[in-house]
Write a protein that binds this ligand. Sequence first.
Ligand code: ZN
Length: 245
Amino acid sequence: MALSIHVTVWNEDCAAESAESVLAVYPQGVLGVVAAIYEGQPEFKVRTAWLSQPEAGLTEEILDDTDVLVWWGHCKHSKVPDEIVTRVQQRVLRGMGLIVLHSGHESKIMQRLMGTQCSLRWHENKDKERLFVIEPAHPIMRGVPAWFELEAEEMYGERFDIPAPDALLAIGWYESGDVFRSACCFERGYGKIFYFQPGHETLRSYYNPNVQLIIRNAARWTARDRALDRPLGSEFAPPLEEKKQ
Ligand code: ZN
């Protein structure tokens, strides 16, 4: 049997997330509902981690045991210590997968890995969203229909200040008129990164079976290849052949 994919689901656990409006939709919170997308699937071994834990929940030991880190943050991006951001960045460069969900677009780790602000236009109008899959052959879109709808989402619109994605997998359209690059793949060093837009904390997108399938497929695609994990930095390389005089 193949080795299981070790997924660490991280969340900033801000007070807004324990608000009644959130718990009415997700009684287990955003952290719980995202973790549940992987739990019960034998191919995944899931743990949760959050900001108020020692070392923001992301110790070297936990990252040693993480093939994919799933990041959901909203109002506490600035509270994530810079040394933890550097630690996660280096892990990604060494091959750890990273999935950034929804409002994580403006997290320090996303900005660090993209080298841009990752800002966008937004409003909370509970728009219907229609997502169009534009790369159906990509492994993350395996089993996903050509398009599907979410009953309500927070509008994220262009321009999304990211570098051109290595692969753009889906575009979202909102009934109030905007469009957005909703599913984007990037590669940095040995690491694969996937950004996925749905997931506002008071709406129901994490119950959508296509959203869940994409989030599971993304863990399969981004998961680090343990054989490729190697230290960063240049190394001295002696000549491979003697120079002929
Ligand atoms: Zn949101």
